[in-house]
Design a protein around this ligand. Structure first.
Ligand SMILES: Cc1ncc(C[n+]2csc(CCOP(=O)(O)OP(=O)(O)O)c2C)c(N)n1
Ligand SMILES: [Mg+2]
Length: 302
């Protein structure tokens, strides 16, 4: 975002109502206004149908590229997010963790709802998605999911049986470990039904795609620093951790097995661990971005 705002070819207008310094970290503001002029955000009175059609064609082409990249045998963050979102019906609830999972879900969400418009989300075929906001922390996500699962169970009509709404969560390994204590449930606490899908890449893969991820290419020492300071691998073994809390754990080898596990009835809290590589996250994100760009260019040229 900061890079976009700093681009010389992007006209940045800052609306700063108060006196004093205005927010413009990239020092790139072309115009600074005390207030939003009347009518700026009003809907256009005429619609340029040709432009809208080109926009839609570009959007379909981009979705097609994401579809191809996430429907094969590769097990990675986006393909896991796709399987998890697909497993949920509209009455189910999915809690999504910060970092890559929320971005991966955002990337594939359009595949579940090709015609959704912000003003009319009726076309969304997936579960209700909840995420913690604030500082986008990775803390407290297991506990949030447990609380949501309790609320989901309470909202189910009596006798709903196998048709009852289900609660799931999609989160990264560090996010899971940060709040692993949330798995603890005392004997006097209510029963919880929840599937936690943990995308385990032994560290924080998000940073590979951010500026520090470029460090790896500069020197061996910098790559080592990146690995220790940003990626923070841990080598934790989730199965015995879960066993210690009396929580069911399954190591899921591929997306087909994940789909199967998500569709199967589950009882209590269940952790579905999917191991994905972290080394190639920067390269694979760049490759997907290039595939999307190429597909959009081809659609617009056609
Ligand atoms: C409480 C808190 N501490 C630290 C951070 C900084 N942070 C953002 S993403 C991230 C890594 C998350 O790793 P993981 O959950 O495994 O997801 P991945 O990036 O691998 O997809 C960290 C440490 C944060 N957002 N919140
Ligand atoms: Mg991780």
């Amino acid at each position: 975002m900061q890079r976009l705002l700093g681009r010389p070819d992007v006209a940045v207008t800052v609306v700063a109502p108060g006196a004093g310094p205005w927010p413009d970290a990239a020092r790139n503001a072309r115009t600074v206004l005390p207030a939003l002029p009347d009518g700026w955000l009003a809907p256009a009175s005429t619609v340029d149908d040709a432009f809208v059609e080109r926009w839609r064609a570009a959007s379909r082409a981009a979705a097609g590229a994401v579809d191809r990249a996430t429907s094969g045998a590769v097990v990675d963050g986006p393909s896991v997010a796709r399987a998890v979102a697909r497993a949920g019906r509209p009455r189910d609830v999915l809690v999504v963790g910060s970092s890559s999972p929320v971005r991966d879900l955002d990337l594939v969400a359009g595949l579940l709802a090709p015609d959704v418009h912000p003003d009319d989300p009726g076309g969304w075929a997936g579960p209700r998605v909840l995420a913690n906001r604030g500082l986008a922390g990775i803390d407290g996500t297991v506990s949030t999911a447990i609380g949501v699962a309790l609320a989901v169970a309470r909202s189910a009509p009596a006798g709903a049986g196998a048709d009852r709404p289900r609660a799931r969560a999609l989160l990264g390994d560090l996010t899971f470990l940060h709040d692993v204590g949330g798995l603890l449930r005392g004997p006097h606490e209510p029963h919880v039904d929840l599937q936690l899908v943990v995308v385990n890449d032994d560290g924080g893969s998000i940073f590979a795609g951010l500026e520090p991820g470029g460090l790896g290419a500069t020197s061996v020492a910098a790559a080592r620093t990146f690995e220790r300071v940003f990626a923070t691998p841990h080598g934790a073994n989730l199965a015995p951790l879960c066993a210690g809390y009396g929580v069911d754990h399954q190591l899921v080898p591929d997306v087909a097995a994940l789909r199967h596990a998500l569709a199967a009835p589950s009882h209590g809290v269940q952790v579905l661990e999917v191991r994905v590589p972290r080394d190639d996250r920067r390269r694979s994100a760049a490759a997907l971005a290039e595939q999307v760009r190429a597909a959009v260019r081809a659609a617009l040229a056609g």
